[in-house]
Design a protein around this ligand. Structure first.
Ligand code: S3P
Length: 173
């Protein structure tokens, strides 16, 4: 359901612009901007890369669930961007829907590949498999979950961060 008050939650694939759009939208709405990866890095005192390498993906996924659970009692409006894999768990999807209006920030595989081409910070994108194939494969496992979690889809292809943030602001006000 689209709500015209309350929190805005941005979901979507790695590289779709959640964090940058989240920061811009938060400044347009004059509210704090939160990001689950940042919350986890602060909590664990390690980077996402280090968490994956030293503790494994399951540990990281549990930290994601703790991070969203931790937001349930939080007062005051905010914009929240979440890691691309966070909506994989059904508990997380239900929590996100309770926390606010969920927007799926969508981008084409080509746009994502361009933005992620030189990235070394995302463990799931490392390895030999060509980037576009990897994105296509992981996205196909996730797309339906992103769609079932969100109340609106916003396309980011060919738009500036500001344009996307303004589009979301218009949707929710
Ligand atoms: C992940 C996305 C990343 C980060 C981690 C795993 C994923 O966040 O949480 O590398 O599984 O899609 P971004 O979507 O902000 O890149």
């Amino acid at each position: 359901m689209l709500r015209t008050d309350g929190n805005v939650i941005l979901i979507g694939f790695m590289g779709c612009g959640k964090s940058s759009v989240g920061r811009k939208l938060a400044s347009l709405l004059a509210v704090p901007c939160l990001d689950t990866d940042t919350l986890i890095e602060e909590q664990e005192k390690m980077t996402i890369r280090e968490i994956f390498a030293q503790m494994g993906q399951e540990y990281f996924r549990n930290a994601e669930t703790r991070a969203v659970r931790g937001l349930t009692g939080r007062e005051g409006r905010y914009v929240l961007s979440v890691g691309g894999g966070l909506p994989l768990r059904s508990e997380n999807r239900e929590l996100l829907k309770k926390l606010g209006t969920v927007i799926y920030l969508k981008a084409s595989v080509q746009t994502l590949a361009e933005r992620l081409a030189r990235d070394t910070s995302r463990p799931l994108l490392q390895g030999e498999e060509p980037l576009e194939e990897k994105i296509t494969r992981i996205l196909s496992e996730r797309e339906a979950l992103y769609e079932e979690t969100c109340s609106n889809v916003v396309m980011s292809d060919g738009k500036s961060i500001r344009e996307v943030a303004q589009e979301i602001k218009r949707l929710i006000t």
